[in-house]
Ligand binder design. Structure first.
Ligand code: AMP
Length: 184
């Protein structure tokens, strides 16, 4: 990475806001911090839920937000119309590939089944040695603890090797996640 390289973080998170306002607060906090640190957001382009909240916070802070959405979700997830760049692509697979290529790290805020799928994909790509980009789960209200426990069990039972932190890290807040991914 050269010093002129603009860092980009791909954020996976819910298309809903979840049951507790703390989740939305974390999305706003992450977006504001990324903008303040000049880190570009790469995300699924939806203007709904946690996704829309992160993007709005990045843009409100003067930062850049790049969205990638497949055509069939463009209306359902209300593609954000105020983004720095909006890429409308042909399929979910193209979306994920493009989000991967555009990003230096992956952050996972609380979210639903789609978020789990996206997180597991980059984790398994890392397990297979396809990349070494940091993956950080932001565990607001310990949201990701059951996920960490499951991966630990998988390793204990010898279905995977090493330690969970070979694959991802878990941090309680956006501030801690940013420090973990890009140490000062
Ligand atoms: P959710 O966490 O279920 O609210 O979904 C969050 C985001 O994940 C949404 O933008 C969905 O379009 C996306 N998503 C859902 N399923 C998948 C999938 N199989 N692959 C990639 N993204 C997905």
């Amino acid at each position: 990475m050269t010093s002129s390289h603009v860092k980009s973080i791909c954020v996976f998170c819910g298309a809903s806001l979840g049951a507790d306002p703390a989740f939305k607060d974390a999305a706003e906090d992450l977006g504001a911090r990324m903008a303040a640190q000049g880190i570009r957001l790469v995300f699924g382009a939806g203007h709904v839920g946690m996704m829309g909240t992160v993007a709005d916070a990045v843009l409100a802070g003067g930062g850049e937000a790049v969205g990638v959405i497949p055509e069939f979700l463009h209306d359902r997830e209300l593609a954000h119309q105020g983004l720095t760049e909006l890429h409308v692509v042909d399929s979910m697979h193209t979306r994920k590939r493009m989000m991967f290529d555009l990003s230096d790290a992956f952050f996972v805020l609380p979210g639903g089944l789609g978020t789990l799928e996206e997180a597991f994909e980059v984790i398994t790509w890392r397990q297979l040695g396809r990349h070494e980009k940091p993956i950080v789960l932001i565990s607001t209200r310990d949201y990701w603890q059951p996920f960490a426990d499951l991966v630990e069990r998988v390793i204990e039972e010898d279905f995977a090797h090493g330690n969970p932190d070979d694959y991802f890290s878990i941090e309680p807040t956006p501030a801690a996640a940013l420090t973990a991914a890009f140490p000062p």
